[in-house]
Design a protein around this ligand. Structure first.
Ligand SMILES: [Zn+2]
Length: 333
């Protein structure tokens, strides 16, 4: 919480500086003048130990914004006997650099041996630039999606986050993963390609701790995002994650989850979303009418629920309408 309070304060200072700059010198008063000298925005990242020699840097359970610098997704790092494995790198070059600095502080002298990208969404991979190019790795389909969409994704991130993105250049991994098991620095990882949140979602299981890095197939206490969602595939992946032997699971957004509550919550949300959209199509509701649907009380505690629901109406409704009109059996949707 403290971290977020600090971030909000910094963001406010940034806003005050901009206001002061646009107001002209004559309008300046003491406190605002002082704030025009505020330091450039920086991330203050904190590593939380979530398993043996494994740390998570939690993202804010929020939407991308200039208040949080886009730091909304989880990033993690693992100490192996010979170096460090990183899972996801955050939203910007500056975040990646802050993450690399935190790792260097936490594990002095340890080399970054591998950086896994769980999927192509920019809140997870736009910090890649700060890490050794040869360490970056993802399934081929993730690399292709990042490469194909990098310009559009970057434009959107710059528009939303402004100065936080300065110098960020999307950097897809050069190494395509094709093994289901990899030993890195003396620690063994199982790699499974799933899909549903996007066309390719990498799941990493640390064989030593039984911790599963689920990427954005799992959300906990925050509404799932759906710009590239395939709901039936996502459900199948959640079922596969449920069957996977694990001691704990790290969702892409939300706290570490020993019990698998994120799998239940994500599935519950997707089922509700699917049913609600299907009903809206059946009733011939307009987009705005569909967006006005009440969100059930059980999702009240989820971050960003209303916003994500409205976005999902936009993402999924047209596709669903077309499929229903084309007479595809409902169980295939
Ligand atoms: Zn995502």
């Amino acid at each position: 919480m403290n971290r977020m309070k600090r971030m909000s304060r910094r963001a406010w200072l940034g806003g005050a500086a901009a206001l002061a700059a646009s107001a002209g010198a004559g309008a300046l008063i003491g406190p605002i003048r002082a704030q025009t000298h505020a330091a450039p925005r920086s991330y203050r990242l904190e590593a939380v130990e979530i398993a043996a020699r494994t740390w998570c840097v939690y993202g804010a359970q929020e939407d991308l914004s200039r208040a949080n610098g886009g730091a909304i997704a989880n990033a993690a790092f693992i100490q192996t006997p010979d170096g460090v494995v990183v899972v996801d790198t955050g939203p910007s070059k500056r975040y990646g650099e802050a993450l690399a600095a935190l790792i260097a502080e936490q594990l002095p002298g340890k080399r970054i041996l591998r950086v896994f990208n769980t999927h192509h969404h920019p809140d997870h991979v736009f910090g890649n630039q700060a890490f050794p190019r040869e360490a970056l790795a993802a399934p081929q389909a993730v690399i292709e999606a990042m490469t194909a969409q990098s310009e559009a994704l970057a434009a959107n991130m710059y528009r939303i986050l402004g100065d936080w993105m300065r110098g960020t250049v999307p950097t897809p991994p050069g190494r395509a993963l094709n093994a289901s098991r990899e030993e890195i620095g003396g620690r063994v990882f199982t790699l499974t390609e799933m899909k549903g949140h996007t066309a390719c979602d990498l799941v990493v299981r640390d064989e030593e701790t039984g911790l599963v890095f689920a990427g954005d197939l799992a959300f906990l206490d925050r509404a799932p995002t759906t710009p590239n969602a395939d709901l039936p595939a996502w459900r199948a992946s959640l079922a596969a994650l449920r069957r996977m032997e694990r001691d704990s699971l790290l969702p892409g957004h939300g706290p570490v989850d020993p019990q698998g509550a994120s799998l239940d919550q994500t599935l519950d949300w997707l089922d509700w979303l699917d049913g609600t959209l299907r009903e809206a199509v059946a009733r011939g509701l307009t987009m705005n009418e569909a967006m006005a649907a009440p969100i059930p009380a059980r999702f009240a505690a989820l971050g960003v629920a209303r916003t994500e629901f409205e976005r999902s109406v936009v993402h999924l409704r047209a596709r669903m309408e077309e499929e229903i009109l084309n007479g595809i059996p409902p169980d295939r949707l």
